[in-house]
Design a protein. Structure first.
Length: 319
């Protein structure tokens, strides 16, 4: 059965690239995937995947708060990508810092502190979104769509915002590459070499926050955790080096974003975020099953071979 039979109104790659709306959507989701995938590798290696979840949920408060501030106080477009990104960065950073402060100055564990902050900021954001929907503020229509993303609404200005913030975050990581690499794998050596973890940790979390929140319009607030963690988890199955992992994770994120956007267009009125997450999940599944050294199947074969060797050795000693 051909694609045309299943999707009679399918939009080809050529049509998508020739259309301003579709081209902007593809470039936007690819840029978000590249930045989030690359910087999410550090969160994955630090075993701080929950941090990306806090960032995504806390950004709900940032979106709602910045919209109200921009529209009601500053009299500017509250749905501007720049306004919403700045608000999301502020809210997400506050949530992460608050979680760290609670864990450091109380007997509450880090996981519990993160959960508390996630619920607090997400709940507050949902309340403000509800207030916005039932208010008389201009341009309030469609603000709730940021929960799951709608990449078809991206504009050239949005692309500039995504590219600017994403490039800045990647440049910071490149400039501090040696320090972040040592901090990731050996914090003790990091201190010995004179690098301060108290500086590197906020730097890493700050760049990761930027990489996550730039996808609020394209992928959505809730599902950005997938963009931050799934590409890194998939890339980790294929490589043992940090540089290649970060690069491969960025490539996986970019390609998954572009493919997911194309599928969302051809499937009809489907939010971009969930489709991109399904593509990322499929990529991760293939990596877990097909990676030459770290795949599930390879590990099973290695365990079986080891079991046979042990049995043969035991029989040889018994004889």
């Amino acid at each position: 059965m051909s694609v045309a039979a299943v999707l009679p109104e399918a939009v080809g790659l050529g049509q998508m690239l020739s259309s301003y709306t579709f081209r902007t959507m593809l470039l936007g989701t690819a840029a978000v995937g590249a930045a989030s995938g690359a910087l999410g590798s550090f969160l994955y290696l630090h075993k701080q995947s929950l941090v990306s979840d806090i960032i995504g949920h806390a950004a709900t408060l940032g979106v709602a708060g910045s919209f109200i501030m921009a529209t009601a106080v500053l009299s500017v477009d509250g749905r501007s990508m720049l306004v919403l990104t700045i608000g999301s960065i502020i809210a997400s950073t506050c949530a992460v810092l608050l979680a760290n402060w609670i864990a450091r100055h109380s007997r509450v564990g880090m996981d519990a502190a993160m959960t508390i902050c996630l619920a607090l900021f997400y709940g507050s954001g949902m309340v403000l979104l509800r207030i916005i929907v039932h208010s008389c503020l201009p341009n309030r229509g469609g603000i709730s769509h940021y929960m799951f993303g709608n990449a078809s609404t991206l504009t050239s200005a949005d692309l500039a915002t995504i590219g600017g913030f994403g490039t800045a975050a990647l440049l910071v990581v490149l400039l501090a590459w040696k320090e972040l690499k040592v901090f990731t794998f050996d914090p003790t050596l990091c201190r010995t070499m004179g690098f301060s973890p108290s500086v590197l940790s906020p730097l890493l979390l700050g760049t990761a926050t930027v990489a996550v929140v730039i996808g609020i319009k394209a992928v959505g607030l809730i599902l950005m955790i997938a963009f931050a963690i799934m590409p890194a988890a998939a890339a980790r199955q294929w490589t043992h080096r940090l540089w290649s992992m970060v690069t491969l994770s960025g490539v996986i994120g970019a390609l998954s974003g572009a493919v997911g956007s194309g599928l969302a267009v051809n499937l009809g009125k489907v939010p971009t975020g969930p489709v991109v997450v399904l593509v990322l999940a499929a990529t991760l599944a293939v990596s877990l099953l097909a990676a030459p050294e770290r795949s599930v199947l390879q590990r099973r074969r290695a365990l079986r071979a080891q079991r046979r060797r042990l049995l043969a050795q035991a029989k040889g000693e018994g004889a």
